[in-house]
Design a protein around this ligand. Structure first.
Ligand SMILES: [Zn+2]
Length: 308
């Protein structure tokens, strides 16, 4: 049965707005995404973690737009892409080399263990892009340095945005092959120009310290408990800190691919390249990397419009 309290992200304030926070946990949406791909366990874990991070960050969007998290590396996993719309739809995919991944496990003698996401990607970058749908993009990129995704993301906020951030991410690996993955996290930020006008700044170090200590008390059992809502979890953590829950968004899977978009991509290829892509039925099949939907095209269909 679907967990009704999952696939949500709640935004909140504590200490009179001195800190803004978000907490999320995903299950059904991950189940749909992972079922579309059939990735190996380690890749599903990295994808789940990236998805939770993307939701925590996308939930800060204050306008209609698209948030994209992109990891790229020279390791066995070469890319992970998650995109989340302000309307609450999301999709995700990963590219990896199964043989290289297997070789890495054999070499490290750690097959079956879940490795930290940056470890699977090797040297590379973590990029966040915001697209407002009107042709305006804002992108931040940081080198993928850190033992964990948390460390890499914190480095981004420190370097690129200069925003003091606290972050924890969790992934629950299913016990059985067909069990469901859960991922979630909590993020707290101090945004100097916005919050905390009613707070004496001399209290800041102590309040920050307390907020962080409480953040670190959150356990995966609590976050993934089916008996607690996100509001109840936040209440447990921050009821004594003037907790104010400001927003609660729901997330679901939806791919944004279409015949038209793929046609446009195919029209970018030369006629020679397109000819080499034809199958025995004189058709070109293009598969969406995000949802695995297959689209079939004929050469005249592509060329005709190409000429127009
Ligand atoms: Zn698709």
């Amino acid at each position: 049965m679907a967990n009704k309290n999952f696939d949500e992200c709640a935004s909140f304030l504590i200490d009179n707005g001195l800190f803004v926070g978000r907490i999320c946990r995903l299950e059904n949406v991950l189940k749909t995404i992972i079922a579309k791909h059939g990735y190996v366990k380690n890749v599903s874990a990295a994808l789940s973690e990236s998805t939770a991070l993307a939701v925590l960050l996308a939930n800060a969007l204050k306008f209609d737009g698209l948030f994209t998290l992109q990891l790229q590396g020279n390791g066995p996993v070469s890319t992970i892409v998650v995109d989340v719309t302000s309307g609450g739809t999301m999709r995700a995919c990963a590219n990896y080399d199964k043989d290289r991944l297997q070789k890495a496990f054999t070499l490290r003698k750690n097959e079956g263990e879940i490795e930290a996401t940056p470890h699977l990607l090797g040297q590379g970058t973590l990029a966040f892009t915001i697209d407002d749908g009107k042709g305006n993009y804002h992108q931040g990129v940081v080198e993928l340095q850190g033992k964990t995704m948390e460390e890499c993301a914190l480095r981004y906020f420190k370097q690129s945005e200069q925003i003091e951030t606290m972050l924890r991410l969790f992934v629950e690996v299913p016990e059985t092959e067909n069990g469901t993955w859960k991922a979630g996290g909590i993020l707290l930020q101090r945004i100097p120009d916005i919050g905390g006008k009613k707070v004496d700044m001399a209290d800041l170090p102590e309040l920050r310290n307390e907020a962080e200590i409480l953040l670190n008390t959150l356990t995966p059992e609590e976050l993934f408990s089916e008996n607690l809502t996100l509001g109840e979890i936040l209440h447990r953590l921050y009821h004594a800190n003037g907790l104010n829950i400001t927003k609660d968004n729901h997330y679901e899977f939806k791919c944004r691919c279409s015949r038209e978009k793929l046609l446009k991509t195919l029209r970018g290829f030369s006629e020679e390249d397109l000819m080499s892509m034809l199958d025995e039925n004189s058709k070109i099949t293009a598969k969406c990397g995000f949802c695995s939907e297959e689209y079939e095209f004929t050469m005249p269909e592509i060329m005709q419009q190409k000429l127009n």
